[in-house]
Design a protein around this ligand. Structure first.
Ligand code: SF4
Length: 290
């Protein structure tokens, strides 16, 4: 059995940067906090928790005087200020691409633009960007073209995107908003990491000889789920085995029977050590003649 890897798989730049910073901080402190999971991968979170990571549900759970690392999604400005006021040491590891969107939201709202954020209003990244708008009454989150149609008229609108949106949707929404204002400022804050991973799985399944794809990532990871959708939209017949860890390879040995060529893909929150482990497990199965 042969294996081919998707060209882009695993940690994106922003997540790797934040995880590296957590590891480094835990070398000099016995305990470092984050608000919310730093990464949607249970195996990686367990590894970091064993080193001393503490995950809080909200800022109030973090003890005064402790140390916190702001994850790649970022936080609203008010949260960072509240933490600093409580003498909590804050290391801001907001991904630079997300920071750019936050800075644009702050600066353009100061310039009297009404801010439209394209994205998921429940997502922490959108909550963090919204928390940088000077007056949140002058901002609205739209999920798609339908919601953009309902935006009221404003003299000046700035459109800012969640980093994981697709270019096509941003451009459709921009087209709709031109009818809703006299001046439209469009900020393309989309990060290429998501598109690169999706394009890489498209390339993978273009290979007609592939018998199935092993997709590695947390079951709650939205970007991993999206990769499965992309595979299925390209070729509905292709079998996808979505696994979180090597145990799921062991419990699905039958899936590998009669397969000669396996593709491997992984979401942006899957660590390299886990991909390597699963890859060598699959190679062993292949060596056993399955
Ligand atoms: S997906 Fe892009 S914006 Fe988001 S953390 Fe990764 S590199 Fe940063």
């Amino acid at each position: 059995m042969k294996i081919i890897m998707a060209e882009h798989a695993g940690f994106c730049f922003g997540v790797k940067r934040a995880v590296d910073a957590i590891e480094k901080a835990l070398k000099s402190s016995s305990e470092v906090w984050t608000i919310g999971l730093p990464i949607h991968n249970p195996q990686e979170v367990s590894r970091l928790e064993a080193m001393g990571l503490r995950v809080a549900d909200n800022e109030r759970e973090i003890p005064d005087g402790s140390e916190i690392l702001i994850r790649a999604h970022g936080e609203p400005l008010s949260v960072i200020k509240n933490l600093q006021a409580r003498n909590i040491k804050v290391q801001d590891m907001t991904c630079p691409f997300v920071k750019k969107a936050q800075d644009m939201a702050e600066n353009l709202s100061r310039g009297n633009y009404f801010i439209i954020l394209l994205g998921d209003k429940k997502h922490p990244e959108i909550k963090g960007i919204l928390g940088h708008v000077v007056d949140e009454n002058n901002a609205e989150v739209v999920a798609d073209e339908n919601e953009a149609e309902n935006v009221a008229y404003h003299a000046k609108i700035a459109l800012i995107s969640q980093t994981t949106q697709r270019e096509e949707k941003l451009s459709n929404v921009a087209g709709i908003l031109t009818q809703k204002c006299s001046e439209l400022h469009v900020c393309n804050t989309i990060c290429k990491a998501t598109a690169e991973r999706q394009d890489a799985v498209k390339e993978l399944v273009k290979n007609n000889k592939i018998d199935g794809v092993v997709l590695i990532g947390g079951k709650t990871s939205a970007n991993t789920g999206k990769l499965r959708d992309v595979i299925k939209s390209q070729n509905n017949k292709i079998e996808v085995l979505w696994v979180e860890d090597e145990n799921e390879i062991e419990s699905n040995l039958d899936w590998f029977k009669n397969k000669n060529l396996i593709g491997i893909a992984a979401g942006a929150s899957t660590p390299a050590w886990l991909i390597d482990k699963i890859k060598s497990n699959i190679a062993e199965i292949g060596g056993m003649g399955n």
